[in-house]
Design a protein around this ligand. Sequence first.
Ligand SMILES: Nc1ncnc2c1ncn2[C@@H]1O[C@H](COP(=O)(O)OP(=O)(O)OP(=O)(O)O)[C@@H](O)[C@H]1O
Ligand SMILES: [Mg+2]
Length: 308
Amino acid sequence: MPDIVSVRDLDKTYAGGFRALKSVSLGIRQGEILALLGPNGAGKTTLISTICGITTPTSGSVEVAGHDVVRDYRAARQLIGLVPQEINLEPFEKVINTVRFSRGLFGRRRDDAHVESVLRQLSLWDKRDSKTVELSGGMKRRVLIAKALAHEPRVLFLDEPTAGVDVDFRRDMWETVRRLQADGVTIILTTHYIEEAEAIADRIGVIARGEILLVEEKDSLMRRLGRKEMRLDLHEPIAAVPDSLSGYKLQRSDEGGALIYTYDTSAERTGIARLFSDLTAAGLRLRDVQTSQSSLEEIFVDLVRDGQ
Ligand SMILES: Nc1ncnc2c1ncn2[C@@H]1O[C@H](COP(=O)(O)OP(=O)(O)OP(=O)(O)O)[C@@H](O)[C@H]1O
Ligand SMILES: [Mg+2]
């Protein structure tokens, strides 16, 4: 799939002198769900705001479907919907008017059928005549999404859409995001929740201290996650791995006192049973066996900690 958003060498230094984005380059593929994971203050909101043309970059460029977000702001902005992290609704306005108004802001002709379908999709139709101040926090978040969808954007940015909402709402939100993707909308969301990224993203990006540390297919990350290590402590240290065991790609550890076997838990055969019988045949006796697994959380924590 071609990239619908291209971010090149984006830098943002705020007026106070803080450099929040450091030469960020990123391609967002048409039709994908990309999750940006990162700790507080990593630069997620700054990145999204700059892509949406709300924050001016210090240097670098962003194009949305070929439109530069600074030089060609209106055309780029029309293609984008943004659900901000902070709830910023007009308290005494009715839900339906809030959504209609938002459509008008982008120069779109009034279309009550579209507004109705957006409100229905977000289970807000029954609340259309309520004032936004009367809604619960979760419903207000849905109104923000409805507003962002009012002008039929092709790319939707959700800045922490499920922060502080309950489990049911989170699942509803994931369902909504998947439906939007099925309708052809490209989705970028930021989150602190690793399981959220696991549940819905096609690709996962990790951002820390203003830098993108990794962008990778979720499936390949999960395969890494599926990788397990088995540590085999030996009774007697060995100087080299016997030739008869060369097929297992064992690594010597602790000066030959232990062997490390890496295997894939998702593979049909882990090779463990055969390894044990081959170890015995090679005359090696085991003192202890331990397994460990790298999780996405560990990968994430290590990535974010490194270089601090
Ligand atoms: N308007 C601003 N002026 C000065 N510094 C800012 C401004 N907005 C953000 N920053 C700083 O830039 C850094 C990145 O902030 P940003 O809001 O992009 O992080 P974030 O990844 O969205 O964090 P969170 O997970 O808490 O939402 C932070 O150190 C923040 O203090
Ligand atoms: Mg933020």
